[in-house]
Design a protein around this ligand. Structure first.
Ligand code: AR6
Length: 176
């Protein structure tokens, strides 16, 4: 499996699947979740509402992942995961690791071979980008399955630098 880190807007990624840093309601929010719903259009929200009505009446638990179509996005699937919220005391790295591992499980299940992922929990949910990068890179590296490419798509140069540092074996590398 190839692992990349790039700067960019994940809604523009023409990979098979993108991962959404959602909340348990699956009904949208701010950050990357808001950007994904805005770019995907109402079809995505309708699919999420249907999931809530059927399989997930209580919402998606932290650390789990679920897949929908992608509406108007250039990818084929959106894999929604719920990161741990540090502001609510959810600081166990195992929960964050589960987000990345379960997202890849979902990708393999639906047949997505190329996957773009954001820095789950590094925004509204208050985790340090360095911790997210360490956990995310370790989770992806130790996952085995039928996915060819994982591309971390980071919104800011500083967060990109932390992911590059983890991938290059120089964690803690400060942005210039
Ligand atoms: N492409 C890539 N990364 C992005 C984009 C984008 N278009 N937009 C933001 N980011 P956050 P969380 C980065 O807050 O911490 C929402 O309201 C952002 O800079 O989106 O898991 C949900 O509904 C940051 O580095 O997700 C939840 O309620 C990273 O994505 C809650 O926020 C994650 O930031 C989830 O919080």
């Amino acid at each position: 499996m190839q692992i990349q880190a790039v700067r960019g807007d994940i809604t523009r990624e023409a990979v098979d699947a993108i991962v959404n840093a959602a909340n348990s309601s699956l009904l949208g929010g701010g950050g990357v979740d808001g950007a994904i719903h805005a770019a995907a259009g109402p079809e995505l929200l309708a699919e999420c509402r249907e999931l809530r009505r059927t399989r997930l009446p209580d919402g998606l638990p932290v650390g789990e992942a679920v897949t929908t179509g992608a509406g108007n996005l250039p990818c084929r699937w959106v894999i929604h995961t719920v990161g741990p919220n540090a502001h609510r005391g959810q600081t166990d790295p195992a929960l964050l690791r589960a987000c990345f591992a379960h997202s890849l499980d979902e990708a393999a299940r639906v047949g997505a071979r190329t996957v773009a992922m954001p820095a789950v929990s590094a925004g509204v949910y208050g985790w340090a980008a360095q911790d997210v990068a360490r956990v995310a890179v370790e989770a992806v590296r130790s996952w085995f399955g039928e996915v060819d490419l994982v591309r971390f798509v980071l919104f800011s140069p500083a967060v990109l630098a932390t992911f590059e540092g983890e991938l290059n074996g120089t964690p803690g590398h400060a942005p210039p």
